[in-house]
Design a protein around this ligand. Structure first.
Ligand SMILES: Nc1ncnc2c1ncn2[C@@H]1O[C@H](COP(=O)(O)OP(=O)(O)OP(=O)(O)O)[C@@H](O)[C@H]1O
Length: 203
């Protein structure tokens, strides 16, 4: 589903990727690595939010370089630390995601809001929510989006135990998807989730 060919990317004082290639298929692929190894940067590159110095990215044959809007329309990625949506309530943020993704699953969203215990947070602006609740809103959007490629950065960070169990169950389901690819960046493999592949960036 996602093809990366000879990707190169450096920050001014650090080279992170040199001629790096990968094929990502349906199901859950783990991007594993220690602090500062480049997990979040790789997700930004795959999302088309950060321009590579060289290389090609395709989703279902759509090239980021040739058709950036069509490529980005196939990807769900809200950076967990994003402040872009701070003034929106979860209801407004989720409405915006619903408009963006044609396969957005409204019924699943209801179950996600319930399962992540977000009901009481839905009409507060995002900046008023705890880190964990903000992350849960972004996770709900990710799972409901129906995007061909969904990128999750540290999906369990700042979550309560019940939500960790719930998100693990969602990822177990995602591992069986035949039409959606999930790239999950974390320090270690999530327990119980069968992985379609592992991209190891080292420690
Ligand atoms: N905007 C930036 N400008 C310059 N260097 C950056 C920038 N963002 C990240 N870096 C550096 O690039 C490297 C990779 O950072 P990145 O956040 O991608 O790693 P990470 O694996 O996600 O880290 P963590 O697990 O700690 O979140 C780090 O050395 C970081 O300091």
């Amino acid at each position: 589903m996602l093809q990366v060919l000879k990707l190169c990317f450096s920050y001014p004082n650090r080279t992170l990727f040199t001629d790096w290639s990968a094929d990502v298929g349906p199901g859950v692929t783990l991007v594993r690595g220690g602090d500062g190894c480049g997990k979040s940067t790789l997700l930004r590159l795959l999302a088309g939010l950060l321009a590579p110095d060289a290389g090609e990215l395709h989703i279902h044959g759509v090239s980021l370089h040739d058709a950036p809007d069509a490529y980005r329309a196939k990807v769900f990625f809200t950076e967990p630390r994003s402040e872009t949506f701070d003034r929106l309530t979860p209801v407004q943020y989720l409405a915006a995601q619903r408009l963006r993704y044609p396969a957005f699953d409204e019924q699943l969203l209801d179950r996600l809001v319930d399962g992540l215990a977000l009901d009481e947070q839905m009409s507060k602006q995002l900046y008023m929510l705890s880190t964990g609740s903000r992350r849960k809103v972004f996770l709900a959007a990710a799972f409901a989006s129906g995007a061909a490629l969904t990128l999750l950065d540290l999906p369990f960070a700042a979550l309560d135990k019940a939500s960790i169990g719930f998100v693990t169950g969602l990822l177990e389901d995602a591992s069986a998807h035949s039409n959606r690819a999930w790239v999950v960046a974390d320090y270690a493999a999530p327990a119980r989730v069968p992985l379609a592949g592992v991209i190891d960036l080292g420690d």
